[in-house]
Design a protein around this ligand. Structure first.
Ligand code: MN3
Length: 206
């Protein structure tokens, strides 16, 4: 039984041009994300959990209850699956480029302004050594938004934080077009964010 499948995108690969090129999108989706889907299904099967009733974000939130023999594979492939699923959802051609409503208010409270938020987020993304992700998350314990980074495919869910927006800082996400110019990739990514989606995600939580 195959539990997880590669999600369909709501836009064509070329529609995120010129910020993310069609070839990068196609390889990232059909090869990299597919590999996480396959790896997740395989690692769940290996511990006899292919019919686990909980969705992967709940499994990642309770990783220590997973048998140790499968834990690191499920962390990696499950994180990779869910991180990318969210990444695609938060992108949109012709973005409005600014958050609104409650999320905008919270950004102003914790980061002074949207411009400053972007500056802080971009600097955190640049600080990642090797492969990883930069995130805007909701910390339910403190009831506030935060920016965090995670290494490799580690998911904020494993830290009991809800990801609202994530930036893939693996080289496969940008290298074809941007080569070593990571900051150009980050600057371009700000033009693609589906703030409606991110804002709704936040509203449902807070
Ligand atoms: Mn990726």
């Amino acid at each position: 039984m195959v539990l997880y499948q590669l999600p369909k995108l709501s836009y064509e690969y070329h529609e995120l041009e010129p910020f993310i090129d069609a070839e990068t999108m196609k390889i990232h989706h059909t090869k990299h994300h597919q590999a996480y889907v396959d790896g997740l299904n395989k690692s769940l099967a290996q511990i006899g959990a292919e019919s686990h009733p909980k969705y992967i974000s709940a499994i990642l939130s309770e990783l220590t209850t997973i048998p140790e023999s499968g834990r690191s594979a499920i962390n990696f492939f499950g994180g990779g699956f869910e991180n990318h699923r969210l990444f695609w959802e938060t992108l949109i051609p012709n973005s409005d480029k600014i958050p609104e409503g409650k999320l905008e208010d919270q950004i102003d409270v914790y980061f002074d302004s949207f411009d400053n938020f972007k500056k802080v987020f971009s600097a955190m993304a640049m600080s990642i050594q090797g492969s990883g992700w930069c995130w805007l998350v909701f910390n339910a314990t403190y009831h506030k938004i935060e920016i965090i980074t995670t290494a490799n495919q580690d998911s904020p869910w494993t830290l009991q934080k809800t990801p609202l927006l994530g930036l893939d800082m693996w080289e496969h996400a940008y290298y074809l077009k941007y080569k070593n110019k990571k900051s150009d990739y980050i600057d371009a990514w700000w033009n693609l964010i589906n703030w409606d989606y991110v804002g709704n995600r936040f509203s449902e939580l807070s």
